[in-house]
Design a protein around this ligand. Structure first.
Ligand code: H79
Length: 446
């Protein structure tokens, strides 16, 4: 049964306004992790750190003071926001999420509330403003990543155990509020905030504060999009409140993992954030383990969109401000595929067709088109399609070659085989189904 909550979900079900519809239609996004951790790139005194490069400050071999002194070496002289935005644009991303401040506390904008910012580095200049401008010029929306946890601020606490903790953390809360209002004021075109570092007890206990701050941010910036990782309810429940309702505008739990089926997302909006190696977000000089290929990433993209989510691929730029070759190559390969197939991705949603082993069905919202994004061609060359109730296929053709059409073979009730013309494709490809509705039964007939 429902319990009464003061700081639970503000809304049941999805948002239905234009800003959220725009977010929902993105399909593909880019994540950028850039900061002081990019300088060591996972290496300290000649030794390689096995964890994620952006967490190196917590490694026992690294003194926090030495890490924080990296600010004096932050000087990305080759940084050119237009060239990043061009790479992203060519890749086909519709939005970018940028680390304004990661867990280390270093701010990529000249915050008035701390000296630990770009303004006090040799580079001196704001990074966020020029990035927002460059991406917006490419038609790409910007979301600001912000870590609540801040290892640099002496007032940060993991838990509140004493009166002193409480006094310090109250200062920290005001600092956090100041920084967030500062970001929203400085970058008015940013569409939303992507929160992180909110799992510690100290913050989980701030249901009332976080709730009122969320309300304040939304008042300042109507339409603002905030995910489920920002605040907990008064019982310390995160993402979903004590009644099981999502807090925030979309579910932020899909980090380096993807749901398997539509039931896993409970009708909510969501995004999946993904790294190219196993788990590296900031620049790591040495990538070890399995490095995902363009085809694997495209499959993740199609899977996310087919289950009503957005797919956000992470980039960790180098300390000089350039993008590593591997990332540029992948961006190019994804972009080449998107050039031909983007209409299967943008504005895509769950199609309601039974899942098949060859790949994913994606419906184009509000149209009569459903896309089959094909990754695994069976040796038979026959692709099975079972349509939802009352749906018929009027036309089927290749997205990459509109004159290449198919006549689906009906093999059973609402079930067809599409006979492929070409059985050994080298890349994932898309078949468009134009569908119609059969006359619905009104209770007469059989
Ligand atoms: O920014 C990237 C990562 O650095 C950050 N989120 C992405 C987008 C991230 N930080 N931590 N994690 C991801 C993994 C979180 C692990 C946790 Fe825990 C397990 C949080 C709480 C339990 C590790 C162990 C951190 C605290 C205890």
């Amino acid at each position: 049964k429902e319990i009464s909550l003061q700081h639970g979900a503000h809304r049941l079900g999805r948002r239905n306004d234009a800003d959220m519809a725009r977010w929902r239609a993105y399909g593909l996004g880019q994540f950028i992790h850039w900061g002081l951790y990019s300088i060591p790139g996972g290496e300290w005194n000649g030794k390689i750190y096995n964890g994620a490069a952006e967490w190196i400050r917590t490694w026992k071999e690294v003194s926090p003071q030495a890490y924080d002194s990296l600010i004096y070496r932050f000087n990305p002289i080759k940084f050119n926001p237009d060239s990043w935005a061009a790479v992203a644009g060519r890749m086909g991303v519709k939005y970018v999420t940028i680390t304004t401040k990661h867990h280390d506390g270093f701010c990529l904008w000249p915050s008035k509330y701390t000296n630990f910012t770009v303004a006090h580095s040799p580079y001196k200049k704001d990074i966020i403003g020029p990035l927002v401008k460059a991406y917006n010029k490419q038609g790409i929306d910007v979301i600001l990543y912000f870590s609540i946890m801040d290892w640099h601020n002496p007032d940060w606490r993991y838990d509140i155990k004493t009166r002193d903790d409480s006094i310090a953390f109250n200062r920290f809360k005001q600092f956090t509020r100041n920084q967030l209002l500062e970001l929203l004021t400085r970058y008015p075109t940013a569409k939303g905030l992507w929160f992180d570092g909110t799992w510690d007890n100290s913050w989980v206990k701030q249901a009332a504060f976080a709730d009122s701050l969320e309300t304040e941010m939304r008042k300042l910036r109507p339409g603002l999009i905030i995910g489920s990782r920002f605040r907990a309810d008064e019982y310390g429940k995160r993402h979903f409140d004590s009644n099981g309702n999502l807090m925030g505008d979309y579910e932020q739990g899909w980090e380096r993992k993807i749901p398997e089926k539509i039931e896993d997302v409970h009708g909510n909006d969501w995004d999946c954030v993904m790294t190219i190696p196993e788990n590296q977000w900031g620049y790591a000089k040495t990538w070890s383990g399995h490095i995902k290929t363009a085809d694997e990433l495209l499959e993740m993209l199609a899977k996310c969109v087919s289950l009503d989510g957005n797919f956000v691929l992470n980039f960790g730029p180098k300390p000089d401000g350039t993008l590593r070759t591997e990332e540029q190559t992948l961006a190019k390969a994804i972009g080449d595929w998107m050039t031909v197939n983007k209409e299967a991705i943008y504005n895509g949603e769950y199609a309601g067709f039974a899942k098949q082993d060859w790949g994913y069905f994606i419906k184009n919202t509000g149209t009569n088109k459903t896309y089959m994004v094909i990754f695994n061609v069976p040796v038979s060359g026959l692709l099975r399609v079972t349509t939802p109730l009352h749906t018929v296929i009027n036309k089927a053709y290749d997205l990459g070659n509109l004159t290449q059409t198919y006549t689906p073979e009906e093999i059973g009730t609402s079930t067809y085989f599409i006979h492929l013309h070409q059985q050994t494709p080298k890349k994932p490809f898309v078949i468009v189904l134009e569908t119609g509705e059969t006359g619905k039964s009104h209770g007469t007939g059989y």
